[in-house]
Design a protein around this ligand. Structure first.
Ligand code: IMP
Length: 179
């Protein structure tokens, strides 16, 4: 784990995030207005704040479930090999599912998760990512809804960590090393 000193520079304010979530939630509610079976699946751990805000904006009957896939560990590098560390509690066959991801970076995690969940035959599977770093993509994948496109910066806050730190920042900030 890195011990390099760093500061976090604010990139997207809590207010801007909240306004974007209101818009996204309206679009999601329209998409799923015909269902009484929506399962919102948060990818742990980075999406825990985002999913909490999304579901509270949705005026729909929702169930919440979580899936944990392996990610960066304590480094800044994507692992590329995705493993499922914690599976869903509930079955999703025939259900409408919304997968909530924090960041789509190389795209390996979301691709793997979509393949896995599609194999369980949901009625409909949609994806939302708070952040998208399109310039980092290694596999051709795009979430159905994206909060913000960002450049190739390492970010933290609003649930997202650097070596398990900074998840509790209310905004998204970029890591800047000071040594
Ligand atoms: P991907 O498989 O490369 O798309 O990586 C997705 C996962 O990597 C995200 O869900 C995050 O957990 C992690 N990740 C990607 N970029 C960042 C970052 O800037 N800060 C913290 N975690 C990140």
């Amino acid at each position: 784990m890195t011990k390099r000193p760093y500061v976090v520079d604010e990139m997207i304010s809590a207010k801007t995030i909240a306004a974007r979530i209101e818009d996204l939630s309206r679009e999601i509610a329209t998409e799923f207005s015909d269902t009484d079976k929506l399962v919102v699946v948060g990818l742990l751990r980075g999406s825990f704040v985002f999913i909490a805000d999304i579901v509270r904006e949705l005026d729909l009957a929702v169930e919440v479930d979580f899936l944990e896939a392996s990610s960066y560990g304590d480094t800044m590098e994507s692992s590329r090999e995705v493993r499922i560390l914690k599976d869903l509690r509930g079955a999703i066959e025939g259900r409408d599912v919304l997968v909530v991801e924090d960041i789509v970076d190389t795209g390996h995690t979301l691709t793997h998760v979509i393949k896995l969940l599609q194999s369980r035959n949901p009625a409909r599977l949609k994806t939302i990512a708070l952040l998208d770093k399109p310039t980092r993509r290694e596999v051709d994948i795009r979430a159905d809804w994206i909060g913000f496109e960002i450049p190739d910066e390492f970010v933290v806050g609003y649930g997202i960590d650097f070596a398990q730190r900074n998840r509790n920042l209310p905004y998204i900030g970029k890591v800047r090393f000071t040594d």
